[in-house]
Ligand binder design. Structure first.
Ligand code: MG
Length: 537
């Protein structure tokens, strides 16, 4: 009898009980010596949907050989892992090593099941070197001297925000217009896009600016129209962290942008764009799929959207198409009364380079030294680069000293849905002296992100943004979540109505601020101020 196990692999009936038991109650097969007498360990990896099993990736076989260890690689995907994670934590029975499975707070709450790797650093010289070169990486995972999870770094090439503002430069050129530097100039450009048929198809089918619908589970998220806050001098961090709940930092003082005068200014501008027909009238509440369809135009040659917030041009049309090439990244224009030297841009770049939940080790492994040997190799340059972009001996990556070139063979495999690497899911560290040539994801991200260098220079990453290592303790995390649930329930419909219908005046604004204060929005700020003051050193 054959059936699928929890990881979607076909297995025989006789091994099914063992495979499930391995997760939930322990399975003898994982921790018995093999015939060759080598330690035998199990590594669970949460892989991406197009990645082949790590056990079939060449670097993984070479690493096992070099460590003198037999490794059983298991892999699971994001949604399966979401379903399994709590049961595994409750059972306390972890795989010997888990890659991209457990967050620092998962481990803190179940500390008995996790190895405190701070005590093993003498056997992890590559991790020590990582922490020495990147003190921020250690801060991400260390709490009261314990380290239950190891972070990753994809290297400096990935230091870039995931948030960018794009404009159709071909339309600007055709209409003889410049890149707008202020909201007033932007409005004029959008009016021209609306009325002058810049895509040249004889139809008034353009969306001068298109905006992502508002979320109901946060105030600001990836590619939120509230990125316009940066036009006013408020620094967002919409990749991750408390910025999505309104938290921001200005000269060491934590505040909430949802009750700021600057946010009111952004709402008023978004209302003006919507009321004037420069943004689709339905944008606030439409389905996200509708948005994705609108911005794609015909996907090849004829564009529909003039301005948008997104990752890069590939969200509109594939690289190599003429439509893709019509768009450029631009600095965010200044709000009225704000000088160019006060305009800032989203401070998410460290979220893109680092992740704090990349590797954990079971406290109960039978083969502790073997596990540490494997972990140390994973964090070497040699295996980090191969985790990221495929195996050198298989021809996916070419090495020349500390310079590596990603070969077309890697992209061909990825395009077939058979990516031979862990990519961003790596448990490793790409040191700053490593150069990876033809890493298209990093190359396009860097190119578009450099547009913001002047705006990045207008603030300090520590004094004017929440450092990514600052966290609330577990009691405050719960309070923050509960406060936010009530705040979102009240605020999002009010904000939506102001944008769509208008009616934002002093009286309604004051009532809104008063209501948010009664829903403890100031307590949120105080908790983050306390965490910031304690953790920023
Ligand atoms: Mg047209």
């Amino acid at each position: 009898m054959r059936k699928k196990n929890a990881f979607g692999k076909v297995i025989t009936a006789t091994s099914a009980a063992c495979a499930v038991g391995l997760l939930l109650a322990g399975c003898g097969a994982a921790n018995t010596d093999t015939a060759g007498g080598k330690p035998h360990i199990t590594i669970m990896v949460n892989t991406g949907s197009t990645q082949i099993s790590p056990g079939k990736q060449g670097w993984a076989k070479e690493l096992a050989k070099e460590a003198g260890v037999d490794i059983t690689w298991q892999n699971t995907g994001d949604s399966a892992w979401t379903n399994q994670r709590n049961a595994i934590l409750a059972s306390g029975d972890l795989a010997d090593i888990t890659i991209r499975g457990f967050s620092p707070s998962d481990a803190q709450r179940n500390a008995g099941a996790f190895e405190d790797l701070s005590k093993d650093l003498d056997k992890l010289p590559n991790v020590q070197a990582f922490f020495k070169a990147k003190p921020l990486a250690r801060k991400l995972v260390e709490k009261d001297g314990t380290i239950y999870t190891l972070p990753s770094s994809r290297g400096k090439a990935y230091q870039a925000s995931g948030q960018h503002m794009l404009i159709n430069k071909a339309w600007l050129d055709k209409l003889g217009l410049e890149v707008p530097k202020t909201w007033d100039e932007l409005t004029k450009v959008l009016e021209a896009f609306k009325t002058q048929d810049p895509n040249g198809n004889g139809e008034a089918d353009e969306y001068p600016i298109d905006l992502r619908p508002l979320d109901t589970s946060n105030l600001g998220n990836w590619w939120s129209p509230f990125l316009f806050l940066n036009s006013t001098g408020i620094v967002t961090q919409f990749n991750n962290g408390p910025s999505s709940s309104g938290i921001y930092v200005e000269n060491g003082k934590v505040k909430n942008w949802a009750i700021s005068d600057e946010f009111r200014q952004v709402i008023e501008y978004l209302h003006q764009l919507t009321a004037d027909g420069l943004a689709p009238s339905t944008w606030v509440t439409k389905q996200i799929d509708t948005y994705w369809n609108e911005i794609k135009g015909d996907g090849e040659k004829v564009g529909k959207v003039g301005v948008l917030f997104t990752w890069d041009q590939s969200n509109i049309a594939n690289w190599g198409t003429s439509l893709n090439e019509e768009y450029i990244g631009i600095p965010v224009p200044a709000a009225p009364g704000v000088s160019q030297s006060e305009v800032v841009w989203d401070a998410s770049r460290e979220y893109n380079e680092y992740e704090d939940y990349k590797l954990s080790m079971s406290a109960n492994t039978k083969y502790k030294d073997a596990c540490l040997k494997v972990i140390n190799l994973l964090y070497s340059e040699k295996y980090s680069v191969q985790q990221l972009r495929g195996t050198i001996s298989e021809g996916y990556l070419k090495q020349d000293g500390h310079t590596y070139t990603v070969e077309q063979k890697f992209y061909d495999a990825a395009n077939e849905g058979k990516t031979p690497a862990l990519e961003d899911r790596l448990a490793g560290w790409i040191p700053d002296d490593v150069t990876i040539v033809n890493d298209t994801a990093a190359d396009s991200m860097q190119k578009i992100d450099r547009v913001y260098d002047d705006q990045y220079a207008n603030y300090d990453m520590t004094k004017d943004a929440m450092p990514i290592y600052v966290r609330l303790d577990s009691a405050d995390t719960n309070t923050f979540a509960n406060n936010n649930a009530a705040i979102y329930d009240y605020a999002i419909p009010v904000i939506s109505s102001w944008i769509v219908k208008g009616g934002l005046d002093d009286a309604s604004w004051n009532a809104y601020v008063k209501q948010l204060k009664s829903l403890n929005i100031d307590q949120n700020t105080e908790m983050w101020q306390k965490a910031y003051d304690e953790q920023v050193k």
